[in-house]
Design a protein around this ligand. Sequence first.
Ligand code: ADP
Ligand code: MG
Length: 376
Amino acid sequence: MTFFQKTTETATNHPMIDLRGIHKYYKTAAGDFHALNSVDLQINAGEFVSIIGKSGSGKSTLLNMITGIDHPTTGEVYVNDMAVHGLNENRMARWRGKNLGIVFQFFQLLPMISVIENIMLPMDFCHSYPMRQREKRALELLEMVELAEHAYKLPTALSGGQQQRVAIARALANDPPIIIADEPTGNLDSKTADSVFELFRNLVAQGKTIIIVTHDSGLAKRTDRTALIADGEIVNEYVAKVMPTLSREQLLQATHVARKQTYPAGAMIFAEGSDADAFDIVTKGMVEIVLPRPGQSDVIAVQLGPGKYFGEMEFFHDRRSRASVRASEAGPVEVLAIGYDQFGELLNQSEATREMLHQYADQREEENIRRRGVAA
Ligand code: ADP
Ligand code: MG
């Protein structure tokens, strides 16, 4: 496709979307309603991210913070290096038109004008392409979504899936770097949903950054990253990945009790034989598990990168460390630490999680015995 500009990474390498400390309160008759609670979310250029959560958990509110359709009560929102929380509505509309393509559950095409006119509208609004190029570009976009032969029909002559593809073509009219879609497949049958989803995949492959809210956890699994939101709070992604058998409430509890800790390159996190006190999930850098052998050189048993964890073996075996754990020499390490008391409480609430981690601990123990033997 030649009609998209390649998205270039900013020299400063900021996240494309950066939400910092967002709180959103809605004023209601019953008092303030806390719809978003301390939300931090960073999304890099070119990522395909899904947001999932129960109805009423705050997904649309979150998207509205990014699109500037609504403002946070406190906190900061940066999108493509623009401070969206500080933009007034006048400047917002132009900025949004060039930077964001927005797709809704119910398509929201204008019913009185043709499909192709719907797609040209954002270009007219932003004066983004010379007038005589707009129709040609709109047709090319319709070709991309395989609807060129319907260009001059009214939207209502098209099926739901076709209308959503038109809405996606419209979202791309000004070649925005970012697409935001709120339950774009929520009103489509699963086969149609699949083809719409594939369209998003192709756009990511062409360099777009895409966020979709979805109820469909099957679709969510096919994105690069999933952010789970519960009662207005974002569940830590690493916590959710490592303990998938926890309920949403338990994941939120784990998120609350997890403490971020950093270690410089090469630093000892804990030494063999010392008292371990936390279950740790690696979130940045590489951790090495080292098996010391008396009178011989150490064996590096494994390297653990982001999304891997340690400290579960010690939890199940008298809380004494079974190996040394250190940050790799390659760079600093960041972990999320859940203290054993709180970790124990979580496992008391989820037998499945206890079982899974216990099995894993036993398996690692066996591997370590084997490694020490082989290396000896
Ligand atoms: P989701 O998209 O996850 O279903 P929303 O972000 O739409 O959830 O809503 C989150 C919560 O905030 C809900 O409890 C909803 O009732 C409430 N809410 C949303 N918009 C408003 C509003 N304008 N005024 C008051 N409450 C609102
Ligand atoms: Mg919603």
